[in-house]
Design a protein around this ligand. Structure first.
Ligand SMILES: Nc1ncnc2c1ncn2[C@@H]1O[C@H](COP(=O)(O)OP(=O)(O)OP(=O)(O)O)[C@@H](O)[C@H]1O
Length: 366
């Protein structure tokens, strides 16, 4: 079994005069994993997160971190052992980016020179250009500020990172980038990360485990994202994960059985590959000299080049395979290798047959 890093033992939090914000929460968070707390507004996600570092004290129950009851550790010491990233990034406005990142190491007694050196390394880690170090937070974009927030949380190299809706204030493209970067970082860092969001897509992308909270501070389901999408524990979870859950679930289904077919190609400005375009109803894939796809052509189109759909890399999920086929004007999803060179094409009908096969296998296993 995975080693527990954080444990909630029958934890309840009741603010004065209200319903419980968190109601009898028991859960175990594995070391080195990303656990996402997700749920509608006001269901106790932030309160639960803040009880880990004692920004909020439980009314009853206990929380242990690495086997120690958090109440046995002085709160300031506890907080310094955990990075904290929040929605607004929470940067100090009158300090430079570099000094913001160096703040916690300085509080921990690291020399100014060492703290700054570490801060510079962290700029690279979170993908920020070094010249940004001298700027002030207001001179950065929202996405850059969040990166500084992550760098600052990592500066003291804490084993635990608490992240409260860190990416919710940025636009969807930047958000996607930040999510992918967090996953890349986590591969090397293997921190224990607790991440709060109200977005089920973000939860299923990031979480090794997802905890779905219901209004009233009750834990409705705690499972892998795949399981939550495939088998919601009750009607509340089913409605929270939403109508697209079947499609999202494909993101966890292997595309191993999908067949790659050869495709007629033309290098832009040259003659064809010799494969008969009749096999693909006249569609030909236009590629560059390196065999990277540029778009499609078909006889009778005046424009010459029709933009292609999303690309698929063998080994990716069935969701990516289906999207590549459905988004392609030819109905053929283009498969590429790690360098982006064409490997072949996949057919939508065959991907759908695999989806059905996977469904039948799941049903038989029930
Ligand atoms: N300091 C406080 N005093 C009184 N009530 C509070 C306090 N902090 C939170 N609450 C209440 O506790 C409940 C849970 O709040 P919490 O912030 O944990 O929810 P949340 O799931 O993080 O919501 P959101 O997604 O909107 O941030 C809410 O009803 C909230 O009003």
């Amino acid at each position: 079994m995975d080693q527990a890093m954080i444990e909630f033992q029958s934890v309840t939090k009741q603010f004065q005069g209200g319903q419980p914000a968190v109601d009898n929460l028991s859960m175990s968070i594995a070391k080195g994993s990303i656990t996402v707390f997700v749920g509608p507004s006001g269901c106790g996600k932030t309160t639960s997160l803040r009880m880990i570092n004692r920004m909020v004290e439980p009314t009853s129950g206990a929380i242990t971190v690495d086997g120690r009851d958090v109440t046995s550790v002085p709160a300031p010491e506890l907080r310094r052992s955990m990075g904290y990233v929040m929605q607004s990034a929470g940067l100090l406005p009158h300090r430079s980016v570099l000094d913001n990142i160096a703040t916690v190491p300085r509080l921990n007694g690291v020399s100014k020179a060492d703290a700054r050196r570490r801060a510079e390394e962290l700029l690279d880690v979170v993908g920020l250009a070094r010249p940004l170090a001298k700027r002030y937070p207001s001179q950065l974009s929202g996405g850059q500020q969040q990166r500084v927030g992550v760098a600052r949380a990592l500066a003291a190299d804490p084993p635990i990172l608490l992240m409260d809706e860190p990416f919710s204030a940025v636009d969807p493209v930047v958000r996607d980038e930040l999510q992918q970067e967090l996953l890349r970082l986590q591969k090397d860092l293997a921190k224990t990360i607790v991440f709060v969001t109200h977005d089920i897509d973000e939860a299923t992308v990031l979480g090794d485990k997802v905890a779905v909270f219901a209004v009233g501070g009750k834990l409705a389901q705690y499972a892998t994202p795949e399981e939550i999408l495939r088998a919601p524990a009750n009607d509340f979870v089913a409605s929270f994960v939403g109508r697209d859950r079947g499609f999202r679930h494909l993101g966890f289904t292997s595309s191993d059985g999908v067949t790659l077919h050869s495709v007629p190609t033309i290098v832009r400005g040259r003659s064809g590959s010799g494969i008969d375009p009749d096999a693909t109803s006249g569609w030909q894939l236009v590629v560059d000299e390196e065999m990277r796809p540029l778009g499609w052509s078909t006889p009778g189109t005046a424009t010459g080049l029709i933009p292609g759909g999303s690309l698929f890399r063998p080994g990716e999920s069935l969701r990516r395979a289906l999207d590549a086929a459905l988004s392609s004007p030819s109905g053929l999803g283009v498969a590429v290798d790690a360098e982006g060179r064409v490997q072949g094409v996949i057919r939508g009908g065959e991907v759908l047959a695999l989806i059905e096969e996977a469904r039948q296998l799941r049903q038989a296993a029930l």
